[in-house]
Ligand binder design. Structure first.
Ligand code: PEP
Ligand code: MG
Length: 755
């Protein structure tokens, strides 16, 4: 087997010299392939570069016909070169022509070469091209030669990344580095954001690839590995691991990988071949990334992801940079891109410079999604591999309504979205004009429009939407985004701050609604077959009264001298309400005994979200000060559809006869009992559904901030009596599960009601 003269170290040194030479792009590439061919004792060395249209084009060659340069092209998957590009793996063959994927390109004159070794040009997990060497003989390439060519490929990938070769590509396509990518994910928070990528954990771009002194690079690598191991141990010991979404399990995996001999050996070998410590980490990371992008097993992909994160930590150690972007360094129009992120980290960035958020993880009910919605920040989650697909500073568009992202969009896509964003902004302006217009229907029915909130960042929306108060304050959000159980004082402080922010507007606090999908990371999870039907909300509150009482006390104290409204979630029987009310009484006595100021007025209500309460309406309306329909859970339990399960969640329509009849029962009984009935589930914020609710007799709705404007615009054009009559008429004749949606939509259309 012929050995390379001078080995990979000498080659890297020569390449460094060539990179520094003041020559044009084509010249530089030509010199590089000559050098590689000589060093690898190969008759041929060729570079294929991936164009923006996904076609691989021969950019330079030593040994093949020169005339083929910029003429020979391969589609992805075509021929051996296409195969390497699509698998992102090296391919070594002693007889290329007998391989089934071999595709003969006569213009290259390659028929005389038998042995073939090709490696992908990888950067940040993307294949930018393919580097090939060929020999006339039927030789077998050694493992070290494959490694050496991969190391060389890194230098070439870096050259492509500088953009220097852009000028050599056809204008229409460019090279793949800047190719637009469209990815689908899950909508987390509505809105459209245009801006530039800010990686929450910025990748280190390794510029210094070639080692001056291999020994000292090896030492740097060992030192950094030691530091990373120690930092993981420290985090695990602290036990305080919820920060930045670093859960114990991930850290345990990090620790395992940090001691993985295979991984460490590959990095050490890469240094020995002449790379700097950081280039060696990146070299091994690139292979890992390529595997990750192809991995279809979600568990294995997660683990490769963990290894990728660990390599990032190592890179940051080596170049001495912080792992997380500093707030002060955030540019305008930043779109945060992260694998995952804790809610506290997002809040730390502040809202003013952010235009959007894109996550690889994070479903619609994740805590980060809750915070993004509270901030009014367009967000998309579950975007596969997005951190590998973007570069810091790339143009990116987040469509939080469709759950899509456009990475490096073409100018027409960008223009279309900019128009969409402008339209939204214009509509917002129109809604803003309605802010101080009294919320009364055309036939004179006043409708109270309130906000759903849960964090302090929600409360400024009271002012900008003109909402008359907070109809649902989800107190569990404070618990969900905290790293540990909030103390009684912390709870009281939050409620006081909420009162202060709301001014004269009333707030209806809902007591802790945890369990089911709302999990507290620091609380021991109870294994349940059906958590949605399990130990949750008021059930926990009554079984563990200490928790509920502490919260009630915090609410009473915070309200000192002000009116206070408290409601209890998931109440299934009147008895549960009585027991909760008794706890409030105890706390009121406690307040009196200790000379605290009482709320100026106290109203106690229930969420109506468990269907059993529909059959105790008269009784509950007689004892509760108000009922608030939680339509999200009511739909879930009425139709037996898991609201978290996308297969079934939207299977039935809230505007269908069964749900409308249930809602109608509530509205009628509340009216008869002179008990206030509100709707605080999502349907209250959708104009068409809100139109039906008003028709049924609900004159108080609570919704997300963005919904206030559209709902108000709808009701100002509505004759409540007329739509009520239509619904009653239709419900009399509606069979089984008929939906009234088309009829209601037609009614809105013919009456010029914006829905
Ligand atoms: C509901 O169930 O409709 C509701 C408002 O409560 P949550 O969505 O918080 O369960
Ligand atoms: Mg609910």
């Amino acid at each position: 087997m012929p050995s390379a003269p001078g080995g990979p170290r000498l080659l890297l040194r020569r390449l460094r010299e060539i990179m520094a030479e003041p020559v044009g792009a084509q010249d530089r590439l030509d010199r590089i392939v000559i050098q590689i061919a000589a060093n690898m004792v190969a008759e041929v060395c060729s570079v294929y570069v991936m164009r923006g249209d996904g076609v691989l084009e021969l950019f330079a060659t030593e040994g093949l016909n020169r005339a083929a340069v910029h003429h020979t092209v391969m589609r992805a998957g075509e021929g051996l070169v296409g195969l390497i590009a699509s698998t992102a793996e090296p391919l070594a063959l002693s007889d290329a022509q007998s391989h089934p994927a071999f595709s003969y390109k006569p213009e290259t004159g390659e028929e005389i070469y038998h042995a073939f070794l090709g490696v992908p040009l990888l950067r940040a997990g993307n294949t930018l091209g393919v580097l090939v060497v060929q020999n006339r003989t039927f030789r077998v390439y050694a493992e070290e030669e494959i490694e050496a060519l991969q190391t060389t490929a890194m230098v070439l990938a870096e050259l492509i990344a500088t953009g220097e070769l852009q000028a050599l590509a056809p204008v229409e396509t460019g090279i793949a580095l800047r190719r637009p990518v469209h990815q689908k994910g899950t909508a987390l928070a509505d809105g459209v954001g245009l801006g530039h990528v800010i990686l929450h954990e910025p990748r280190v771009v390794v510029k210094n690839l070639i080692a001056e002194n291999v020994e000292s690079e090896l030492q740097r690598l060992e030192h950094a590995i030691g530091e990373v191991r120690a930092s993981i141990d420290r985090l695990l010991e602290r036990g305080d691991v919820a920060h930045h979404g670093e859960h114990r399990e991930v850290l345990e995996t990090f620790r395992m990988f940090a001691h993985d001999q295979g991984w460490l050996r590959r990095m050490r070998e890469a240094v020995t071949s002449g790379l700097t410590a950081e280039a060696a980490v990146e070299r091994v990371q690139s292979d890992n990334r390529a595997r990750m992008l192809r991995q279809t097993d979600p568990y294995l992909r997660e683990r490769l992801h963990d290894l990728d994160d660990l390599a990032n930590r190592l890179l940051h150690r080596l170049v001495g940079r912080d792992l997380v972007v500093e707030r002060g360094l955030l540019p305008e129009n930043a779109i945060l891109v992260a694998r995952s992120m804790g809610p506290a980290a997002l809040l730390d960035y502040g809202r003013s410079r952010l235009r959007g958020l894109v996550l690889e993880e994070g479903g619609p009910t994740s805590h980060i999604a809750i915070v993004a919605r509270a901030l009014g920040l367009p967000a998309v989650g579950e975007v596969a591999n997005v951190t590998s697909l973007v570069e810091q500073g790339d143009a990116i568009i987040v469509d939080g309504a469709a759950g899509e992202v456009q990475i490096r969009p073409s100018s027409d896509v960008e223009a279309a979205y900019a128009e969409k964003a402008r339209l939204r902004a214009r509509r917002q302006e129109q809604y803003l004009k309605l802010r101080d217009v009294p919320s009364v229907t055309k036939d004179g029915v006043p409708v109270t429009l309130q906000l759903n909130a849960g964090l302090l960042v929600d409360l400024p929306h009271l002012e900008d939407t003109g909402a008359t108060g907070v109809g649902l304050f989800r107190t569990e959000l404070q618990f969900m985004i905290a790293e540990r159980m909030p103390t009684a004082t912390e709870q009281q402080n939050l409620y006081s701050a909420a009162f202060a922010a709301a001014g004269d507007r009333p707030i209806t606090f809902r007591t802790l609604d945890i369990g089911g999908d709302k999990v507290l990371p620091y609380m021991q999870a109870v294994e349940e077959e059906n958590p949605a039907l399990g130990w949750r909300a008021i059930r926990i509150g009554l079984d563990r009264p200490g928790l509920l009482r502490a919260q009630i006390r915090a609410l009473l104290k915070a309200a000192a001298g002000r009116p206070l409204k408290i409601m209890f979630p998931m109440v299934a029987t009147c008895d549960e309400f009585f027991r909760a009310k008794a706890l409030v009484e105890r706390e009121r006595n406690h307040l009196s005994r200790h000379g605290h100021v009482h709320p100026s007025d106290l109203k106690l209500g229930v969420m109506l979200e468990v269907p059993s309460l529909l059959f105790q309406l008269k009784e509950i309306c007689a004892v509760a000060d108000f009922v608030s329909v939680g339509s999200n859970d009511l739909m879930q339990f009425l139709f037996a559809i898991d609201r978290e399960n996308r297969r079934v969640a939207d299977r039935f329509d809230p505007l269908s006869a069964p749900m409308l009849r249930a809602l109608s029962l509530v509205a009628e009984q509340a009216k008869a009992s002179n008990c206030l009935a509100t709707v605080c589930g999502e349907i209250g914020g959708r104009p068409l559904e809100a139109m039906a609710l008003i028709g049924l007799g609900f004159h108080s709705l609570s919704m997300s901030p963005a919904a206030i404007g559209p709902v108000k615009a709808m009701l100002l054009a509505l004759d409540a009596g007329e739509v009520g009559a239509l619904i009653r008429r239709e419900l009399e004749h509606a069979g089984g599960g008929d939906t009234l949606r088309p009829k209601l939509a037609r009614f809105a259309e013919t009456h010029g009601i914006p829905v």
